[in-house]
Design a protein around this ligand. Structure first.
Ligand SMILES: C[S@@+](CC[C@H](N)C(=O)[O-])C[C@H]1O[C@@H](n2cnc3c(N)ncnc32)[C@H](O)[C@@H]1O
Length: 346
């Protein structure tokens, strides 16, 4: 079973970094929304947020899309599908929809929130109805964990040779499958505005250093009897940071006859943790802030994948905070958002 983000609203308390990334795309979303031509027979416009989590990042962006649409179509009904895994923290998402800044408060015709609680590697919405699909910081999550039997390697960039190639193949197959499902769902004229974690050409994965620390910590916890060697041997986090070429590749294959890649950019997202550390030199604060962010997206997967109990989970993140505080001046986690606009070929 794929694991969602940390529940109880915790992910949304720690996603300042993802928020920065998402907000960089407001103009692309506004432009795509201004090009929507509502289908008179259907009578409503459909937006989908794929991999929505608890909704903090996408709420202002969905709001931007609806406000822009309303300039030309003040009364058109809008349906917003929120898609994530069945185990997502849906209660926190609906709390947010009741807040003052919710996109539901935009004036004009009715806006209806809907939930599609399924994997985005499966159909999420009925065929041919999606006018604008959005997705932020989600598509780097693959459909299943990486190869087994890889020693203490935990992150895709720690794999070598055959296992590395196997995970790259899985990432390609998943990306192709995601696009096929979306091609089925897009309405004529429909568009997707997406981002996912990416690696610059010849560059280093954002998670390189942090996951190397986690690997060292897991090896230590195994020696201390807190983690089973066989669980570590068989687990690689289901995340893959693609290169721009890997993102382009399916558009030169069969899906290229159904979807057009209109825009692709690799956008650096400045780390709020590093920025603050450079300003105040507070290594402890860097460690606390970074580990809060890192734990919010990694804990459910590591707990499950490595078979960690509560004590072992606490110990892992305690050791990580300690290591980051000690390495503060040289600690790097620089995300690059691969940003895409994709349209349906009619
Ligand atoms: C890092 S969070 C990003 C959430 C949100 N879009 C944001 O920008 O803050 C990744 C989200 O993708 C979801 N996700 C991962 N794999 C998924 C899948 N196969 N289907 C649907 N959602 C998935 C996770 O559950 C999680 O909520």
């Amino acid at each position: 079973m794929l694991r969602p983000m940390e529940g109880g609203g915790v992910y949304d308390h720690h996603n300042e970094y993802q928020m920065r990334g998402g907000l960089l795309h407001a103009d692309l979303i506004a432009t795509a929304a201004s090009e929507i031509l509502p289908d008179d027979r259907r009578g409503s416009v459909v937006l989908v947020d794929y991999g929505c989590a608890q909704g903090r990042v996408s709420n202002p962006l969905i709001r931007t899309a609806i406000e822009r649409l309303r300039r030309a179509y003040p009364d058109v009904p809008v349906q917003v599908y929120h898609n994530d895994l069945l185990t997502n923290d849906w209660a926190s998402l609906f709390d947010r929809l009741r807040s003052e800044d919710s996109y539901l408060t935009v004036a004009g015709g009715p806006v209806t929130p809907l939930v599609s609680a399924t994997s985005f590697y499966e159909p999420v919405a009925p065929r041919g109805i999606v006018d604008l699909g959005l997705s932020f910081a989600a598509i780097q999550w693959l459909s299943s964990p990486g190869p087994r039997g890889c020693g203490s390697a935990l992150y895709f960039d720690q794999l070598e040779h055959g296992p590395r190639a196997e995970m790259a193949r899985q990432a390609h197959a998943d990306w192709t499958r995601f696009l096929e499902r979306r091609a089925d769902e897009l309405a004529p004229g429909g568009r997707l505005v997406l981002d996912m974690m990416g690696v610059p050409d010849g560059g280093t994965a954002a998670g390189h250093q942090a996951w190397q620390l986690v690997r060292d910590i897991c090896e230590g916890m195994q020696r201390d009897g807190l983690l089973e060697a066989a669980r570590l041997d068989d687990y690689v986090l289901p995340v893959y940071e693609r290169s721009a070429d890997e993102v382009r590749r399916p558009f030169g294959e069969a899906i290229g006859a159904r979807l057009r890649l209109e825009h692709l950019a690799l956008v650096p997202v400045r780390s709020p943790f590093t920025e603050r550390y450079r300003a105040d030199g507070d290594a402890g604060a860097l460690a606390v802030g970074f580990v809060g962010f890192f734990r919010a997206f990694s804990e459910p997967s590591l707990r499950d994948g490595l078979g960690l109990d509560d004590g072992a989970v606490e110990e892992l993140y305690r050791r990580l905070a300690e290591r980051i505080e000690a390495a503060a001046a040289g600690f790097v986690f620089d995300v690059h958002a691969l940003t895409l606009v994709i349209s349906r070929i009619d």
